[in-house]
Design a protein around this ligand. Structure first.
Ligand SMILES: NC(=O)c1ccc[n+]([C@@H]2O[C@H](COP(=O)([O-])OP(=O)(O)OC[C@H]3O[C@@H](n4cnc5c(N)ncnc54)[C@H](OP(=O)(O)O)[C@@H]3O)[C@@H](O)[C@H]2O)c1
Length: 246
């Protein structure tokens, strides 16, 4: 594994399946890694302990634009990872618990918080490359698919922001080590992977590289690799590029 001791990386979404692995890969490389954990996170204590154990710093800046701008000004990260996202299941859980499902919507989290981070990075004049965890299948035009359309809008806003960027578009992110059930995604990824294995036997290797699912460990290594690779500056990264060795 290459070391990158001069890099400071800020990871938003650090508590997620992908985010936790990105923090670990960066820490293993000797980077200064700042894992953002929202102050109202139910897992704040355990995450703080685990991140500190592996040599990462924990930042608890609230999701407030001025506060986040001040944090990014102070840290001046070379890379900012935007790895946030909610699910319909989270919104349903919030509603069942008597909360506001809109607070857990794609619009509020995937678009709203990611865009807040982008605006803070711009305002902080951070010398950063913004690495956004988007998704395979992002359309060029407005789409009725709320999940993909949010990613289309975020990608467009990042391109127009003036920040340096890498837009990562993985297929399904799944694995045995995922602690959330996500049955539909898991089934879809197993079916897709099986079909792609058959396709690759018939010569469809490129198809498999593009659409096969990845686990967080593999994806995190790929994300960190493209984040510091000049060839992926202001570019989309997908398929085999996101499965690279750390
Ligand atoms: N899963 C897939 O197959 C797939 C495929 C392509 C792209 N993606 C995208 O990749 C991204 C990360 O995926 P993942 O599977 O690693 O996600 P994940 O495990 O569900 O983690 C989501 C992250 O977003 C944060 N978050 C969620 N709701 C929030 C809220 N209301 N306020 C603040 N933070 C909030 C979580 O923080 P807390 O821990 O504090 O809640 C966590 O850090 C998502 O945007 C996802 O849509 C996923």
């Amino acid at each position: 594994m290459q070391s990158t001791p001069s890099l400071t990386a800020f990871v938003a979404g650090a508590t997620g399946y992908t985010g936790r692995e990105v923090v670990r890969v960066l820490a293993d490389r000797g980077a200064r890694v700042v894992a953002h954990v929202r102050p109202d996170s139910t897992s704040l204590e355990s995450r703080r302990r685990r991140f500190t154990e592996i040599g990462a710093e924990v930042d608890e800046t609230p999701w407030d634009e001025a506060a986040m701008t001040a944090t990014l000004e102070r840290l001046a990260p070379g890379v900012i990872f935007g790895l946030l996202g909610t699910t319909r299941a989270r919104a349903a859980r919030a509603a069942r618990a008597g909360g506001d499902p809109a607070a857990e919507s794609y619009e509020r989290v995937d678009y709203g918080l990611t865009m807040q981070l982008v605006r803070s990075a711009v305002a902080a004049r951070a010398p950063a490359r913004f690495v956004y965890l988007s998704s395979l299948g992002v359309p060029d035009r407005p789409s009725g698919n709320a999940y993909l359309d949010v990613r289309r809008r975020v990608e467009a806003a990042i391109r127009a922001s003036g920040l340096r960027f890498t837009l990562a578009r993985p297929s399904f992110i799944t694995g045995e080590d995922r602690d959330e059930a996500r049955t539909a995604e898991r089934v879809a990824s197993v079916v897709t992977d099986a079909a792609l294995s058959i396709a690759s036997l018939l010569g469809g290797r490129a198809l498999r590289d593009r659409y096969a699912s990845t686990d967080a460990r593999t994806l995190a290594a790929g994300l960190v690799r493209v984040a510091i690779d000049p060839a992926f500056e202001d570019r989309v990264a997908e398929g085999a590029a996101l499965r690279g060795a750390p």
